[in-house]
Every structure is written in structure tokens, then in C-alpha cells.
Design a protein around this ligand. Structure first.
Ligand code: GLU
Length: 447
């Protein structure tokens, strides 16, 4: 069998065994495609069922999450935790609370997390979890009761050395607080290492909140520098207005860029003069309102409900909203409008067609598993602080994050070059992320 045939056989088996999970198929297809070139060079990476084992989660938990709403009605949601791979360390990855969540989405996120976490260079395996619960429009008391019910099941499966969840879409400081409180109560002890993204007075780390957005911009700056460009004076589009987007906007502007637009699920906001980050944080973090309110409160901002944020003329695009938000047409529009660099703050925001367009048009493209690794990397730094009962300064933690992101860029660029595809960061990220996990799995035997 040729390598192509061998990889197609694995993939077809995976499609059959995981029917109805398109996002998971998409994430695996992209990695397998990159691995063909590794297998040509080093066929031993297919030994001992390595690829099949890598694509099959070590454990998948699905559980009922019943809770009582403010009207006294019983609501039932579904909870998930996919413990994908622990060859490099305890399972690590966020929890997503969003109505779109299903097993396929959690598996795609967990699969990506394996390679992302490997790229950080820190000892963390890959996992992901969440629920189809929609926090939008819920009272604080409802969020709390939901989190308590969710943790009542999850606490049996997590721990400092076992599985360390954190936040993702719909899970921020408030939710982590309620989840941690319930864990502490059930465990009967204060185990700070069981969750990351905690509050600063009870085991949290400075910079964790900003880390995904800041890290994205550090890696983007590194990529621009390697191609003789800089963020100073650049026009940047950032989609989304959640935690990743807010701190990507803040850091990009700090480095001299103008962020000319951001968005939320109901539309996009054009900000020709840049974004007032303090105002955006107040609207999103304190008032928990829609991003569109920004247009009523900041002069010069224009709200759009039709067209696309990707039609803006810019130098750099940072998709920071959600999976598959940027398709082939969007990618063509970006390239036609002069965008030369794209880095993903969200997980898998670009469709496979969009990535093909970027390749064909010579747009440098840093995939999420490299570009947004700053969040989970800083979670691992939080774990280090918890393990040593210490807390580090903002400056020191930020320096560590900066160094990690620069290293990731150097690693993916060098790997792409080594395999004869200079500038193809998708290939570089997939191969570099894979090899470390694969070497550990081979060393540890068939388990
Ligand atoms: N949810 C984030 C991610 O996609 C962070 C996970 C973590 O900190 O464990 O990587």
C-alpha cells in the first residue's frame, strides 16, 4: 500500500466509526494530510497502530446535567468530557458551554488540543469538554446551579495529575468560580491544581485572562517580522468580541496597529479609528451586553448587519470567533483586499477551502493550534504556580508567554522548512505537534 492509500484507509475507518461528526472529520483530515509527508520519510510513525490510536480518544464521557431554572422548572442539558491523549501529561483543555456543542465538536476541539498542547513545549496532554447549555440570558443563580450540577458528575474524573479543565466559549471567570467551588465542596479539600483560569486570590495566574489574545499577537508579530513586516502602522481585522478578541485587539493596538473591525454573532462593527478597548471590556465583561451597543456609545463606529467583516481592506486578519467562520469566499476577499497574514485566535475558524485559498494566494497563515496556544500555555504556567504554591508577577508571566509563542513560531517555521514546504505553517504545526506526541506514545508502548 502506498502512503496515500494507507492514510485513506485510516480516514475511511474513522468516518465510519464516527458518523455525523463533520468538525471532527475536518480536524483529523487536515492533520492526516500533513502526516503523509512524515510517513514518507519516517514510516515507523505508522507502527504499532499509532495513527489509529492517536485518532481514538482514550476516554469519552457523556452525562446528564439536570438543573432547576428560576421559574422552578427542571432543565436537562448534556455534559461532555473527552480525554483524548495523556502521553505528554494530564489531559488539559477547556470547557465550552454553547448550544452548538455536541460530541463531534468536543472531539474536534480535543483532537486539536493534543497538538496545540504539544507545541507549547509543556507537559500537558489533550482533552476538551463542555455542554449544550446556553449561558446567554441566564441569571447568575441559574449559571451557578448549572455549574454545580455539571461538576457533581465531572469531579469524579478530573484532578491535578489526571485532567485539568479550564474555560473556552461561554466559560469564563464566573463559571470557573462556580465549578471550582463545587469541586472543592465535593472533594472536601482545596485542590488548586484541578482547574485553571481561577480567580487571582484563590490560585489563579496573572496574564491567564489576556493570554490567548496576547499570545496570538506575539506569534503574529513574530511571523510578520520573519517576512520583513511589523504590526506598527498595520490595519488589522479581528473577528469576535469575546475573551480572545478583546485581548488580541488590546495587544495589537499596543504594538501600533489599528484594529479596524470586530464582530459578534449578530453582526460586525467597523472601527476606522481603532477600538476603544476599555469601552469594549466594559460592555462585554462588566455589562455582558451585545457588541452592537458599542456603536451607540463610541463615535465613529459603524454597525453592520449585512456583508462581512472579511470585506474590509486590511494587512492582517485575526479570526477570533468560532469554528468555520471564515470560508473560501471570505479568504478570496481578504486576499483581494491585500491581507497578507492570517493568524487564528479561535479553534479552526478557517474552512479547508479558505486554507487552500490562502496557500494559493501566498497569504501567510498561522493555524489556531499554534497561534492560539498562549491560553493553554499560560494555564500550564498556572499549574506550575499551583504546584509550587507560588504566584508570579505579571511581567514575569508575560515574558514566559512571549517566549513560548516565539518558540512556537520558530518551531513551526523550521519544521515546515525541514519538510520542504517553507512558509506552510499548517504543515509545520501539525508535524511538530505530532512528532512529540508520537515519540512519547511509541516509547510508552501500546496502551
Ligand atoms: N480553551 C482554550 C483552548 O482552546 C484554553 C484551554 C486551557 O487553558 O486549558 O486552548
Amino acid at each position: 500500500m502506498t502512503i496515500d492509500e494507507q492514510v485513506s484507509t485510516y480516514y475511511n475507518m474513522l468516518l465510519k466509526r464516527n458518523a455525523g461528526e463533520p468538525e471532527f472529520h475536518q480536524a483529523v483530515a487536515e492533520v492526516l494530510d500533513s502526516l503523509k509527508i512524515v510517513l514518507e520519510k519516517d514510516p515507523h510513525y505508522a507502527d504499532y497502530g499509532l495513527i489509529q490510536r492517536l485518532c481514538e480518544p482514550e476516554r469519552q464521557l457523556i452525562f446528564r446535567v439536570p438543573w432547576v431554572d428560576d421559574d422552578g422548572m427542571v432543565q436537562v442539558n448534556r455534559g461532555f468530557r473527552v480525554q483524548f491523549n495523556s502521553a505528554l501529561g494530564p489531559y488539559k483543555g477547556g470547557l465550552r458551554f454553547h448550544p452548538s456543542v455536541n460530541l463531534g465538536i468536543i472531539k474536534f476541539l480535543g483532537f486539536e488540543q493534543i497538538f496545540k498542547n504539544s507545541l507549547t513545549g509543556l507537559p500537558i496532554g489533550g482533552g476538551k469538554g463542555g455542554s449544550d447549555f446556553d449561558p446567554k440570558g441566564k441569571s447568575d443563580a441559574e449559571i451557578m446551579r448549572f455549574c454545580q450540577s455539571f461538576m457533581t458528575e465531572l469531579h469524579n474524573h478530573i484532578g491535578e495529575y489526571r485532567d485539568v479543565p479550564a474555560g473556552d466559549i461561554g466559560v469564563g471567570a464566573r463559571e470557573i468560580g462556580y465549578l471550582f467551588g463545587q469541586y472543592r465542596r465535593l472533594a472536601g479539600q482545596h485542590e488548586s491544581g484541578v482547574l485553571t483560569g481561577k480567580g487571582l486570590t484563590w490560585g489563579g495566574s496573572l496574564v491567564r485572562k489576556e493570554a490567548t489574545g496576547y499570545g496570538l499577537v506575539y506569534l503574529t508579530a513574530e511571523m510578520l517580522k520573519a517576512h520583513g513586516e511589523s504590526l506598527a502602522g498595520a490595519k488589522v481585522i479581528v473577528s469576535g468580541s469575546g475573551n480572545v478578541a478583546i485581548y488580541a485587539i488590546e495587544k495589537a493596538q499596543e504594538l501600533g496597529a489599528t484594529v479596524i473591525g470586530f464582530s459578534d454573532s449578530s453582526g460586525w462593527i467597523e472601527t476606522p479609528n481603532g477600538v476603544d478597548v476599555a469601552k469594549l471590556r466594559e460592555i462585554k465583561e462588566e455589562r455582558r451586553e451585545r457588541a452592537a451597543v458599542y456603536c451607540d456609545e463610541v463615535e465613529g463606529a459603524i454597525c453592520h448587519t449585512d456583508g462581512s467583516i472579511w470585506d474590509l481592506k486590511a494587512d492582517v486578519a485575526l479570526p477570533c470567533a468560532t469554528q468555520n467562520e471564515l470560508d473560501g469566499d471570505h479568504a478570496r476577499a481578504l486576499a483581494a483586499n491585500g491581507v497578507r497574514f492570517v493568524a487564528e485566535g479561535a479553534n479552526m475558524p478557517s474552512t479547508p477551502e479558505a486554507i487552500e485559498v490562502f496557500r494559493a494566494k501566498g497569504v501567510y497563515f498561522a493555524p489556531g493550534k499554534a497561534a492560539n496556544a498562549g491560553g493553554v500555555a499560560t494555564s500550564a504556567l498556572e499549574m506550575q504556580q499551583n504546584a509550587s504554591r507560588d504566584s508570579w508577577s505579571f511581567e514575569y508571566t508575560d515574558q514566559r508567554l512571549h517566549k513560548i509563542m516565539s518558540n512556537i513560531y520558530r518551531t513551526i517555521a523550521a519544521t515546515a522548512k525541514e519538510y520542504g514546504h517553507e512558509g506552510d505553517y499548517v504543515l509545520g504545526a501539525n508535524i511538530a505537534g505530532f512528532k512529540k506526541v508520537a515519540d512519547a506514545m511509541l516509547a510508552q508502548g501500546v496502551i
